[in-house]
Ligand binder design. Structure first.
Ligand SMILES: [Zn+2]
Length: 409
């Protein structure tokens, strides 16, 4: 017995074959050329059907505060300072309202899984978490929301933060983050975060190496600890813009280290492009780490949104397809397998980074699917193909009408 059939679907990454996808009890029950069953059907007309988009790195708590902040210089220091000032006035209710608005935009863009990074420190306390936590259940019909707790304003330099982080992890956080460049002893922060992660048995997702000076890379220390504590496959790092400043042979050696340690990376092109290279007035470096080259060296990577409408990133429609397009355009990717990999970095590769199970267009996996107005993954990235439908646990959560051209008579 099927509940729903997507007819004439073109599953992502399956050589363009067209088939019917049968869904029962929230899971994919059959993928066959012609399913004959008495169930509700949606004819997707040969369009691309992909597993739902996976957003590995998004700050819901500080989204939509651009009008409360100044963003004159566009530097990382200004962004941290301005958000820190604005945070003092955050209430749980205020965080809830803004996060909800951003979350709904993500859902409308076809995102079905999100890891959101939430700040705790003595200034904000747990108000960020309290604002976001109700959304986990409220939107479970459309999106799986995972919470990563991290110290945006320092850990070792900011007494009281560690206690709050542990409390937040016990109250709903399931991943621990870090921001080593905010402490005077970055390695000390990394060690402490590994310590808490091992005590609570949670995965790690850090903000790391966020500048263009590659002379001193914290990710080498992260690899060291990941190997020592057998945390391979459970550690990810975001930004790593310093990797964009490495010569090919240095990049190859960093990639080997990352691959051996089992550490994954997330590039955040919108933020990285906006904040990096501000010290330069011409020939401004791009500051986006070359994910497609690192993939070839065996390092898993994802692409993500990071911030929406705040001093870190005064942009944001929450479209991961747009982020993949931005990455491709910025990093000289335009054809072939690398374009398909840009799509994988917002779907299957992002899911692998988050250790999601039951993900992908295959029988027995969860029916978390999106239908895009194109035929291939490469087209989706190149043409910014819109999402026409999204399904969560086999139930339609989004539909979008195509625009109509009104020709003269
Ligand atoms: Zn971030």
């Amino acid at each position: 017995m099927l509940d729903l059939i997507l007819r004439h679907a073109r599953p992502a990454g399956q050589a363009g074959r067209i088939c019917d996808i049968g869904i029962a009890a929230g899971k994919i029950a059959a993928i066959e050329p012609h399913l004959s069953a008495d169930a509700q059907a949606v004819d997707v007309g040969g369009r691309l059907v992909s597993p739902g988009f996976v957003e590995t790195h998004l700050h819901l708590d500080k989204s939509c505060i651009l009008e409360r902040c100044s963003a004159e210089h566009g530097t990382l220091e200004e962004a941290i300072g301005e958000v820190s000032r604005a945070k003092a006035a955050f209430t749980a209710e205020d965080v809830y309202r803004r996060a909800k608005k951003t979350l709904e935009k993500c859902i409308l863009q076809g995102t079905t899984h999100i890891r959101t990074h939430i700040e705790v420190d003595p200034g904000i306390g747990l108000r960020g978490l309290e604002g976001v936590l109700p959304l986990v259940d409220e939107y479970a019909w459309a999106v799986d929301l995972e919470i990563c707790i991290f110290p945006q304003e320092g850990l070792l330099n900011n007494p009281g933060t560690e206690k709050l982080m542990v409390e937040a992890l016990k109250r709903g956080g399931s991943v621990i983050g870090a921001c080593p460049y905010t402490d005077s002893d970055p390695h000390g922060q990394i060690d402490r975060v590994f310590g808490i992660a091992r005590e609570l048995d949670v995965d790690i997702d850090m903000h790391l190496d966020f500048s263009l000076d590659p002379s001193d890379m914290d990710l080498i220390h992260v690899c060291r600890r990941a190997e020592e504590f057998r945390y391979g496959g459970r550690v990810a790092a975001g930004h790593v813009t310093k990797l964009s400043a490495l010569a090919p042979e240095e990049l190859a050696s960093a990639a080997e280290r990352l691959r051996n340690a089992g550490a994954a990376l997330t590039m955040l092109p919108s933020t990285d492009l906006y904040l990096m290279g501000r010290e330069r007035h011409h020939h401004v470096p791009r500051g986006v780490a070359p994910a497609h080259k690192l993939l070839k060296a065996g390092v898993n990577c994802s692409l993500a949104t990071n911030n929406v409408l705040n001093p870190f990133t005064p942009f944001g429609d929450c479209s991961l397809v747009r982020i993949a397009n931005l990455y491709a355009n910025t990093c000289h990717v335009g054809t072939g397998e690398d374009m398909a990999e840009c799509f994988a970095m917002i779907t299957t590769r992002a899911a692998a980074l988050m250790n999601l199970s039951d993900y992908g267009v295959a029988v027995r996996n969860r029916a978390d699917l999106v239908v895009l107005d194109c035929e291939t993954r490469e087209q989706a990235v190149a043409e910014l193909a819109p999402v026409l439908y999204a399904f969560k646990h086999g139930v339609r959560t989004v539909s979008r009408e195509l625009p109509v051209l009104h020709r003269p008579n």
